[in-house]
Design a protein around this ligand. Structure first.
Ligand SMILES: Cc1cc2nc3c(=O)[nH]c(=O)nc-3n(C[C@H](O)[C@H](O)[C@H](O)COP(=O)(O)OP(=O)(O)OC[C@H]3O[C@@H](n4cnc5c(N)ncnc54)[C@H](O)[C@@H]3O)c2cc1C
Length: 123
């Protein structure tokens, strides 16, 4: 996946895929008054840099919106920690489905970021 060249052309610090490099609160490291989310953002988590999916786009968008609201209230933005806002369903004869509907559940460590149940054979 290659992001639009727009961010680089505008002078943002971007990675080799053209994604805006962000700090822990999803602010551009070169332009801290700008938040970057979803496919356009280079977001580092404990396990590495997030890749472009709906699973990443939704929580980063929500986090940025909440951070902007916090800043308007004179508060500091919080650190972003990835958590699912969706319910993945794995399809196929040899797999079974899984669910992780709440971001709070993900934070508590009860989800499978790599889709662990996928590929698990039915007995
Ligand atoms: C074929 C395909 C299948 C996929 N399947 C999955 C899947 O099964 N599961 C999954 O998790 N992810 C999937 N993805 C990835 C997922 O779609 C993206 O990761 C997600 O949509 C990223 O969200 P986003 O908001 O960052 O960007 P986008 O959803 O791309 O939204 C960006 C928006 O910005 C608008 N825009 C662009 N340039 C400008 C401009 N200059 N001015 C104004 N507006 C502009 C665009 O029109 C668009 O509406 C798939 C992607 C593709 C292409």
């Amino acid at each position: 996946m290659q992001a639009s060249p727009l961010a680089a052309q505008a002078g943002f610090t971007v990675d080799d895929r053209g994604r805006i490099v962000t700090d822990e609160s999803l602010r551009s490291i070169s332009h801290p008054h700008v938040y970057a989310v979803g496919d356009a953002a280079h977001i580092r988590q404990r396990y590495g840099v997030m890749h472009g999916t709906c699973q990443g786009g939704m929580p980063t968008g929500v986090h940025a919106a909440m951070s902007i609201a916090r800043e308007l209230d004179g508060k500091q933005p919080k650190r972003f920690r990835f958590g699912y806002f969706h319910m993945p369903v794995s399809l196929g004869r040899a797999t079974r489905s899984s669910s992780s509907p709440a971001p709070t559940t993900a934070r508590a460590g009860h989800t499978w970021p790599g889709g662990r149940p996928s590929g698990t054979r039915r007995r």
